[in-house]
Ligand binder design. Structure first.
Ligand code: SF4
Length: 214
């Protein structure tokens, strides 16, 4: 079995190989305030960033504050965000979260994990996204790509995203956490896809224990 020391070394190597390959990529969600980022992140579940940006282009003109999201009927907000999928649940999350922001934080987005997690509809993934991008707080974002790649690369044995987050944090210095999440997301979209990982094109092939799965 691989020792923790070896696994840390291997993780750093993976980081160093993949990091320069995705320098042109940016967080694709478009937002101007932490509140907009929070809404975009909620909408991004099971949806591409491009589609979210398409919807928020008009959404952010219509809704500027948490109060605005609460003021419209549920059915109207559902229609406004419908193209992002799972719109009923997302509407519930946006309304709950907006109410929480007003009740607990005077309508402002808080900047700690603890406070963000108290908002209805906000899980660790959303919270880490907002903390990292809007407030510069280090954290590992575990989305579907990070979950899959962390498993394939042998960085975790866990399936639970909260545990995967801790496992990855344990392997890298703080300042690399956020970037590593982004790298895995890009690599997952580009090469290590869910259905058919393209081992032949993979630059970390030699460091990956799953390099023969089909
Ligand atoms: S070798 Fe294959 S399974 Fe491993 S990271 Fe690369 S594409 Fe994914």
């Amino acid at each position: 079995m691989e020792s923790l020391k070896k696994k840390k070394e291997r993780t750093i190597q993976i980081f160093e190989i993949l990091d320069p390959l995705y320098t042109h990529e940016k967080t694709a969600l478009k937002y101007r305030t932490p509140f907009q980022l929070l809404i975009s992140t909620i909408l991004s579940a099971q949806c591409t960033d491009r589609q979210v940006n398409q919807v928020t282009k008009t959404l952010f003109k219509k809704y500027r504050t948490p109060q605005d999201y609460l003021a419209v009927p549920i059915s109207e907000l559902e229609q406004d965000i419908r193209p992002t999928g799972f719109y009923k649940n997302k509407t519930k999350s946006i309304k709950g979260c907006s109410q929480g922001l007003i009740d607990l934080h005077g309508g402002k987005v808080p900047s700690t994990m603890e406070e963000l997690l108290k908002l209805p509809g906000v899980g660790r993934k959303t919270a880490n996204c907002v903390l990292g991008a809007a407030f510069g707080v280090p954290g590992v974002v575990v989305d579907t790509h990070v979950k899959r790649l962390a498993g394939r690369l042998g960085l975790t044995e866990n399936k639970n995203p909260d545990k995967i987050e801790k496992d990855i944090e344990n392997l890298l210095p703080k300042e690399k956490w956020r970037r590593f999440s982004d790298i895995l997301i890009y690599h997952g979209r580009d090469i290590c896809k869910a259905r058919k990982p393209d081992h032949a094109r993979c630059p970390v092939f030699k460091l990956c224990p799953s390099n023969s799965i089909s």
